[in-house]
Design a protein around this ligand. Structure first.
Ligand code: NZQ
Ligand code: ZN
Length: 388
């Protein structure tokens, strides 16, 4: 059952203490930089001052205000600025939203085949993308070392992804000092997002990819142990560093090499964010237990393996282990104050399921997950199970 694969990751990771101070070593000389950031956290925690102090020796423009779940509407303003100023390097300072936004801006500036939204909507090819570097401020998405970006269009309530090798950051600085100012909610979101990136690339069916499975299991165990420790004692930066590296490793291509992947939890989750603005990780936490319970027979081998190797559950039948493992996962998310029930959110169950199904239909999607095991009609059952 060997699956062929290629592994490619050109991003230089610059990890540890006081690494932002080395930024100028990694910026291309004579570049014309566009500094992108979010809605102000970097101005409060000192990162903005640190970075602009280094950038004063370079030619640069700045664009702030990129929102969580970055929108096409906001990013197109950065595209206009970038075009006007002829920028040739983008420095993203922020979490997944700013980095994803930078990937879109980098691809949209040179895009000459109409509206850059087509990169997301119509899979238009990204032939050229301006190189980007990042300073990650929130361990969660893995965007700092991968080729993906997720962009929302506010006017149509769409949230779509694009993937291209041109989007890999040239470098990403992971300086643990950024962890000091993280609100607990964002720490929890980061742990849950990274955890579910790992399950999306693991909880399918066995293909005897022993090393990939063990990589994934060790990422999940580290997130449970060190993520929880950092959530409860956020002055423990050694635990924070372990969380940070785990989140990057969870979605940089390594654990998906040669294994089937799922991604149905993310696909449904993105729709919940697009419709209701629920935090990305929080949508996933609601869908995961319900989807795994609904698809327990299809995923039984990996669910039982997960229960044993990640949670140490050795008693019972495969099914009992699987159920026990799902329950442990829910308790873990709840211990981070992340709800796992859809009814916690102020939304209507029936119309949500109908809307999501019709949005998938419009995009020509009939089934999601590994081997298309999640049919559109299953989405109603999954959301119903997720409700209480
Ligand atoms: O806007 P600012 O001021 O930067 O504040 C942010 C934002 O309010 C704040 N924050 C970030 N670093 C901070 C901080 N506050 C204090 N101290 C710091 N050091 O945290 C809030 C959330 O930031 P955001 O970037 O939105 O969070 P996250 O990193 O979780 O990114 C979520 C986005 O990434 C996408 C999601 O869909 C969502 O749009 N994803 C991207 C992926 C990828 N490119 O591979 C994969 C993921 O599955 C995900 O879909
Ligand atoms: Zn995610």
């Amino acid at each position: 059952m060997i699956q062929n694969y290629e592994l490619f990751n050109p991003t230089r990771l610059i990890f540890g203490e006081n690494r932002i101070e080395e930024l100028s070593d990694f910026l291309p000389k004579n570049s014309n930089i566009l500094l992108l950031y979010g809605q102000g956290s970097i101005k409060k925690n000192g990162i903005y001052d640190k970075v602009t102090n280094i950038l004063k020796d370079f030619k640069y423009e700045e664009f702030g205000g990129i929102e969580p779940n970055p929108t096409y509407e906001t990013l197109m303003k950065a595209v206009d600025l970038g075009k006007k100023e002829n920028i040739n390097f983008i420095l993203a300072v922020g979490g997944g939203s700013v980095i994803d936004g930078a990937k879109f801006v980098a691809a949209a500036i040179p895009f000459d085949k109409g509206d850059p939204w087509n990169i997301l909507k119509a899979n238009a090819e990204v032939e050229i993308s301006i190189p980007i570097g990042t300073i990650l401020t929130l361990p969660a998405t893995g965007s700092e070392m991968n080729r993906g970006a997720v962009i929302s269009k506010a006017s149509t309530k769409e949230k779509l992804a694009f993937l291209t090798e041109k989007s890999f950051p040239v470098f990403s600085i992971l300086d643990i000092s950024v962890l000091n100012s993280l609100p607990k909610r964002q720490i929890a979101n980061g742990i849950v997002d990274a955890f579910i990136h790992t399950t999306e690339q693991y909880m399918t069916y066995p293909v005897n990819a022993v090393l990939q499975d063990r990589f994934a299991e060790s990422i999940m165990k580290t997130l449970i142990e060190e993520g929880s420790e950092f959530y409860n004692n956020s002055e423990n930066l050694e635990a924070g560093a372990n969380l940070m590296f785990s989140a990057t490793m969870a979605l940089n291509g390594i654990i998906s090499a040669g294994v089937p992947t799922d991604w149905s939890i993310h696909m449904i989750g993105h729709e919940l964010t697009a419709l209701y603005g629920i935090d990305h990780a929080r949508t996933l936490a609601v869908i995961l237990p319900a989807l795994y319970l609904e698809k327990i027979d299809e995923k039984i081998d990996k669910l039982a393996q997960y229960a044993e190797n990640v949670w140490g559950i050795t008693h019972g039948s495969k099914k009992e282990k699987a159920i026990n493992g799902i329950e442990k996962t829910e308790k873990f998310f709840n211990s981070l104050n992340v709800p796992t029930k859809l009814s916690k959110y102020n939304i209507s169950l029936n119309s949500t399921a109908e809307t999501i199904i019709s949005k998938f239909k419009q995009r020509g999607i009939n089934a999601i997950g590994e081997n298309g095991i999640v049919k559109l009609e299953d989405i109603t059952d999954i959301l119903t199970t997720a409700w209480v």
